[in-house]
Design a binder for this molecule. Structure first.
Ligand SMILES: Cc1cc2nc3c(=O)[nH]c(=O)nc-3n(C[C@H](O)[C@H](O)[C@H](O)COP(=O)(O)O)c2cc1C
Length: 178
């Protein structure tokens, strides 16, 4: 499938099944996703996978962050068998601003989401108001120069090939000439 076709076909899936890609399969996707344009090749990003009971620690961190119901948050974190935390790891640089590095990390995450979708996995990028709270940072063992960009929730796409229709943007609203 061409990149053009993959992009037009991609859809987020909020409800996924219990099977997830293996670590080995993920490595292959991360390899390709990491080919984004990257000013000075700083590679200012990394991913952390959460599977099985590791997901409960995210639910517990959410509950600690807002004093909420831990059972509710654990069940939210268990909405997919695999969560992939996307992290921007800002490198010290006098030349490359933080926002440029965030653009790179977001680009890699979009690529990874597209590759998973193209391979037939269900994917949804999720965040929420607790994403950058201290308990959630601590639980992921982030370094001081790191921030979360959210999680890709990944599982199998129940029901086989999807025929979700996409409401397309009007490209003329998003492209002008100076
Ligand atoms: C950085 C980021 C964070 C997001 N966080 C959420 C979220 O917390 N909850 C949600 O319902 N959708 C969230 N979304 C949107 C979904 O991932 C998805 O794009 C949206 O449901 C539209 O579906 P589509 O991707 O098939 O167009 C987020 C998207 C991005 C890029």
């Amino acid at each position: 499938m061409s990149a053009y076709d993959s992009l037009l076909r991609r859809r987020s899936l909020s409800k996924v099944g219990p099977t997830a890609p293996s670590h080995l399969e993920l490595l292959r996707f991360v390899d390709a996703a990491g080919t984004v344009a990257d000013h000075s090749s700083l590679h200012p990003w990394r991913f952390i996978s959460l599977r099985g009971e590791q997901r409960d620690r995210l639910g517990e961190a959410f509950a600690e962050a807002d004093g909420g119901d831990v059972v509710k948050y654990i069940s939210k974190a268990r909405r997919a068998p695999l969560l992939i935390a996307a992290v921007v790891s800002t490198r010290p640089s006098s030349k490359i601003a933080d926002w440029e590095q965030e653009a790179v990390a977001a680009g890699v995450t979009h690529n990874l989401s597209l590759l998973l979708d193209e391979a037939g996995w269900g994917v949804m990028w999720r965040t929420g108001h607790l994403t950058r709270t201290e308990p959630v940072r601590r639980m992921h063992r982030l370094a001081p120069n790191e921030q979360l960009l959210g999680w890709l929730y990944v599982g199998d796409a129940p029901g086989g090939p999807r025929e979700l229709r996409r409401k397309r943007v009007n490209p003329s609203d998003h492209l002008s000439e100076l």
